[in-house]
Design a protein around this ligand. Sequence first.
Ligand SMILES: [Zn+2]
Length: 368
Amino acid sequence: MRHVSEADRDGLRATMPELLRVRFGIENVNRPFRCPSPGHDDRTPSARYYANGHTVHCFGCRRTWDVFTLVGEADGIEGFAAQAEAVAGYVGYRLNDGTGERKRRSPKRTVAKPEPFPEPKVAGGPDVSDICDRAWSNLYLHGCEEGRRYLRSRGLDDTDIVRHGLGFCFDPRRIMGQFSIYEPHAVGYLVIPFWSQDFRRADYVMVRTISHGQVRHKEWRPKGVTSPLYKEWMLSAGLPVVYVTEGLIDAMALEKVIGRPVMALGGTSYAGRLAQVLAHTDESLRPRRVVIAMDADTAGRKARDQIAGDLDKIGVKHSDIPAYPEGCKDADDWLMSMRGTEWDWECRPMGTADELHTLWTTRWHDGR
Ligand SMILES: [Zn+2]
């Protein structure tokens, strides 16, 4: 049996996109595709390619393959060496012949330049837009009033529900099976789908616990699914300006106040992904300016500095949001501080974008 060198093993492993194309007819590995396993009669695109490990994972049958196990299963080939040969055959890779004199390959490793912004991990799971639509209509069902009450307590009304495609549910696992939540006091969950720009797809969802008692975690994410940024599409939509907040609710609050596109990191630990996505987005599609709107606390300032430094390296113009007035910590705080004063959010949910923006900018400058 032929010996497969470590270099060949790594080389072959990296041919997954080619293997998917040649053997399985999958042209675009950046989109979900039907599960390649012959044992899984997949009706929807449940599988994804993960460039970081060159693997394929199926969210339906919950299995993961590399090139060897994938060919092994699809073609019924057992044994690593035979699988390696099969992969090499499909993708036209020439294996180093292990016979004859053992010529030691000079250990001349080409030292790759450290990539400052590695390609972001493929994020999200299969499309759950249908069930997110149902979660939206739940908000208006008798017995599910908690969802809208919760949003109203944060200054968000029906206009915002529609604009952001929010929803309500009692069991997040029915939306994404990867949720694993223990909240004994929850009366339900606010559903925040990560919709695509055209609202046709939602491949990630975060939920917020609604409870009158204790809450273990305010926000829950599906386990084992890489999280995209909230409204990540804004980074490749050629927008003149995009605001970025920490929290999802903050993004909605800020967008309501200023009437400009606002996206969210979903936590300061996702600041790195922002730069990764931008670095791998065509220059013409990037926002022309990013306004960094982190919380006014230590973690927020640290994230702000990191993002500003990254954007300088990538060459994206940026500015920092001026301090929120009256000591508000974040955008939602600020929205709530305006409640019942400048505008009555229950009766008149939205001024025109320009009115609000003018109001906001004058408040800023007056306050300084
Ligand atoms: Zn599958």
